[in-house]
Design a protein. Structure first.
Length: 266
């Protein structure tokens, strides 16, 4: 079976192997035939940290080739999306039934302000402001240093580094800052004094999307439903054949992508 493994001698540290074992699913696992997957910035780091024989792959979509033996999960032939811990970038994948969601026919395999909030987006360069507005931001800035910004009741941070500290300074009393990613590898040092400005009794939480494990499929189904209804519009910046995964990872590392990179098979 074809699938990607890490290999320090291969371009980008990733090799398409031809001899991976076929899936051996447990009673509560279905086998999914891969049609598309997306890559995440965190996977570029993991490939470097696990350079010899590790099998990456989290966000996948495909068709159920074999339903779970215990009767749980979607039936054979269903179009599905799934979230895995690893080993998703292969022709056929064993997936826990609870981590799978059936895709509405209106949602393509390349899936991976609804609450009425006033959204401010921070972008790295002025030319990216229009894109942020298209995605629903009401106000776009290139810096958080303006003291007139905020105070914000919810801050979503996928960058980290010094920007994280600046974001704390713009929080309202009792606000929440949720960290969901780390694009800036430099450290962020936060002290109690950073909360004195106006973020009194605010909290910083680490948002880890795969948790809780037992509701993965339900959570994916909610996202897929929002896409089908047109309320959520995924931003896809690059679509390539899966054999070009190393090139997509390189583009992501160089920050050349605006939106998700999606790799398709078949």
């Amino acid at each position: 079976m074809l699938g990607f493994i890490t290999d320090p001698a291969a371009p980008g540290g990733l090799r398409l192997a031809e001899d991976l074992p076929e899936p051996a699913p447990g009673p509560a696992e279905c086998v999914v035939e891969l049609r598309a997957f997306s890559i995440n910035f965190g996977e570029t780091l993991l490939i470097k940290q696990r350079p010899d024989g590790w099998r990456p792959g989290q966000d996948v979509a495909g068709v159920v080739l074999r339903a779970a033996a215990d009767g749980s999960g979607p039936p054979e032939g269903a179009r599905v999306v799934a979230y895995l811990e690893w080993e998703g970038w292969a022709e056929r994948i064993p997936v826990p039934a609870h981590a799978v969601a059936v895709l509405d026919d209106r949602v393509s395999f390349e899936l991976a302000m609804a609450a009425g909030a006033q959204v401010t987006a921070q972008v790295s360069r002025p030319e990216r402001a229009a894109e942020a507005r298209e995605l629903g931001a009401h106000h776009v800035v290139t810096s958080l240093e303006d003291p007139a910004l905020g105070p914000f009741h919810l801050v979503l941070d996928g960058v980290g580094g010094p920007l994280l500290v600046q974001a704390v300074h713009r929080m309202a009393p009792g606000a929440t800052l949720a960290m969901y990613g780390r694009a800036d590898p430099s450290p962020a040092e936060i002290s109690i004094s950073d909360f004195y400005r106006q973020a009194w009794n605010g909290q910083v939480v680490g948002f880890v999307s795969p948790v809780p494990e037992e509701t993965k499929g339900e959570d994916l189904a909610i996202l897929a439903g929002l896409v089908a209804d047109g309320r959520l519009k995924p931003k896809i910046g690059l679509v390539l054949d899966w054999e070009q995964t190393a090139a997509a990872l390189a583009a992501l590392s160089r920050r050349e992508l605006r939106g998700k990179a999606v790799l398709t098979r078949g």
